[in-house]
Design a protein. Structure first.
Length: 211
């Protein structure tokens, strides 16, 4: 019986991989994912190297994560989570999309509306300055994020925000400092922005200033 079961699972075509289903894609064409996944159809499900399939798909720049699931009906499901842009970088002839990890994963002619520009010396997921700027950006409350036109930093300790023009029609700058105490800084900044000014410094939230 054990031998017969093993033959059914590994030797017969009853439980072979017959089709590939791609789910979760938005910008990525499903056919591209199928091609990259390179699932060997006709292989018994128990012999499929699902980790290898995941590694191949994860190498696509737009892919944030991927999971492969096998069904006994012969369907191999490739579930993809695409990267989501939180900022853009203007470089060369295109607009680079940057996700929350600091990964530059795509270049497009024009950036999605409403995304702020990231201005740091070197963009990268292992760059401390990039990490600080994006931590500030993604952790701030929505009411503030919609006003941010750019987030800049030359080090992890001097993040600055440039906001859209206020009621007076003048550009506004927020000196945020490092990525710490984000909730407190945002809470302090809210009332400050109701006051006239060009530079709002909340890098030390206990001693905020307006200039």
């Amino acid at each position: 019986m054990v031998g017969a079961l093993g033959w059914v699972l590994l030797g017969s075509s009853l439980f072979d991989a017959r089709s590939v289903q791609v789910v979760g894609t938005k910008e990525l064409p499903a056919d591209l994912v199928r091609t990259v996944a390179a699932v060997p159809l006709g292989t018994p499900m128990l012999r499929l190297d699902t980790k290898a399939i995941e590694r191949r798909v994860a190498a696509v720049r737009r892919v944030a994560s991927v999971q492969v699931h096998c069904s006994m009906d012969g369907t191999v499901q490739v579930a993809v989570t695409e990267r989501t842009p939180v900022a853009v970088v203007h470089r060369g002839s295109g607009v680079h999309l940057i996700d929350a990890t600091g990964t530059d994963y795509a270049t497009v002619p024009t950036g999605p509306p409403g995304l702020p520009e990231l201005q740091v010396p070197r963009v990268g997921p292992r760059d401390a300055t990039t990490a600080a700027a994006l931590t500030v950006l993604t952790a701030m409350p929505g009411w503030l994020r919609v006003q941010v036109r750019s987030v800049a930093a030359t080090s992890a300790a001097d993040v600055e925000l440039r906001l859209d023009n206020g009621r007076a029609g003048t550009a506004r700058e927020v000196r945020w400092g490092d990525a710490g105490q984000g909730d407190r800084k945002a809470a302090v900044l809210g009332p400050l922005l109701t006051q006239p000014g060009k530079i709002y410094d909340v890098s030390s939230p206990a001693l905020p200033t307006i200039a």
